[in-house]
Design a protein. Structure first.
Ligand SMILES: C[S@@+](CC[C@H](N)C(=O)[O-])C[C@H]1O[C@@H](n2cnc3c(N)ncnc32)[C@H](O)[C@@H]1O
Length: 415
């Protein structure tokens, strides 16, 4: 027999703070800080259908109710969001659930969301990124995420007190688990997720840890809710924790073509400096034809770099890219920072080989000048050379060709 599915629908336009009936599930798509002024959008459309609306639906109203809209970005936004979510939580049984959709790339806004959900008595129990920017509705150009994070929340039942260092420690496995689950389902040939999506997922994983505690050290919720969010204000400890999630993500997402073997790849990555990781990740992005400025800013944040413009050939929006080995020439070789890293020496060796059209110069440089022992570093040098050799882009063509030849020479070199 066919199952009979019955349902009752009830459409009400009401302020989330005024809801006075209980539901097992609440699914919300809240305004994201100051991203969009929904009340203004509503007024634009009401100009057309405002009159019709009240004749078709006599119980509805046709003004935008500006005063009730959750808006702004600071204390007012946080407090009205807490009031909305507290009310929904109060109107939900203990085994009820909430689903919250959220998209924002700023760690500060995620810190606000953590605070809001936490103050409302909710705990994030799982999170998933779904692709929302599809070809069908048009992909926006620029530094946009392709997905929205969907958070699943329950009433927090725990009485546990968490300490900041302990929480920071717990976040690592949680972020890694979240990213691994995304990598496992990713289509290798036609990827759905961008680095921005992984960053969002890292934020969500950090929220899962943060909101599981009833009390976080001596964090004063009132003070946190009223904390101004601007450049001069102290950063909230919650924001620092959430940022640490992005750092973990940056270290977890290693470019695959650096080495076929995963363990070797992780070892290699671990031994590279933050500047080298930034450069190598940047090349990966470039190899996908991505020239967005914001991607580099996010990487710099993720790897904790203050200065990276010296590595860029162009910093213009949508044209941002790294210098090739030949474009770098001798610049900054041997100076502190990127200049004294193994990657920089390998790049310089390539540029010499390209200029002289002779691999022996490059080999000599590597043997005489690289920091540490050439023989000990040989495998890493080979991996970097081969990584560069695979760059599929026109402005890398010449450097990549000579990197292949230099790699062959290094490989066959013996004591
Ligand atoms: C991100 S949008 C939701 C978009 C919607 N899911 C859609 O696909 O069209 C956020 C919505 O929250 C509404 N909102 C703002 N303040 C509210 C409040 N106090 N109670 C209920 N909804 C509110 C805004 O009017 C806006 O429509």
């Amino acid at each position: 027999m066919e199952p009979v599915i019955t349902n009752a629908t009830n459409v009400k336009v009401v302020d989330a703070r005024q809801i006075d009936y209980s539901n097992d599930f609440w699914i919300t798509d809240p305004p994201y800080a100051d991203a969009i002024n929904y009340h203004e959008l509503t007024e634009y459309f009401l100009a057309w259908y405002g009159k019709k609306l009240t004749s078709l639906f006599p119980d509805w109203y046709s003004d935008s109710r500006r005063a009730l809209a959750v808006k702004g970005s600071d204390e007012a936004f946080r407090r009205s969001m807490v009031d909305c979510y507290k009310n929904l939580t109060n109107n939900m049984p203990d085994n009820g659930m909430q689903v919250v959709m959220f998209t924002h790339q700023d760690a500060g806004v995620w810190a606000d969301l953590a605070l809001i959900l936490w103050a409302a008595g909710l705990q994030v129990t799982s999170a998933w990124t779904i692709a929302t920017e599809t070809d069908a509705i048009g992909i926006k150009k620029g530094n946009y995420v392709q997905g929205t994070v969907t958070l699943v929340l329950r009433k927090r039942q725990s009485n546990e007190v968490g300490f900041l260092d302990e929480i920071t420690h717990d976040i690592k496995p949680e972020v890694e688990r979240q990213l691994q689950s995304m990598l496992d389902v990713e289509d290798k040939d036609d990827p759905n997720f961008t680095d921005s999506d992984y960053q969002l997922a890292a934020y969500a994983a950090a929220l899962r840890v943060l909101t599981s505690y009833k009390q976080i050290e001596d964090l004063d919720i009132e003070r946190e809710l009223s904390r101004p969010r601007n450049k001069n204000a102290d950063k909230s400890p919650i924001e620092s924790i959430i940022e640490s999630g992005v750092k973990i993500a940056s270290n977890f997402l290693i470019p695959k073509s650096l080495h076929d073997d995963e363990i070797t790849r992780r070892d290699l990555w671990r031994n590279l400096s933050a500047d080298e990781k930034f450069y190598i990740k940047g090349l990966e992005i470039e190899s996908h034809g991505d020239y967005r400025q914001g991607v580099y800013q996010e990487f710099a944040k993720g790897f904790g770099l203050r200065e990276y413009t010296n590595m860029l050939e162009s910093g213009k929006a949508n044209e941002t890219r790294l210098k090739t080995a030949s474009e770098f020439k001798r610049r900054e070789v041997g100076t502190p920072g990127f200049g004294s890293t193994l990657t920089r020496h390998v790049l310089f060796a390539i540029s010499q080989v390209v200029a002289a059209e002779d691999v022996s110069l490059g080999l000599r440089w590597l043997k005489e000048e690289i920091p540490g022992d050439y023989w000990q570093q040989k495998q890493t040098i080979l991996s970097i050379l081969r990584y560069i050799a695979k760059m599929p882009i026109e402005h890398w063509q010449e450097d990549a060709k000579w990197a292949t030849l230099l790699a062959g020479t290094v490989e066959n070199d013996s004591v």
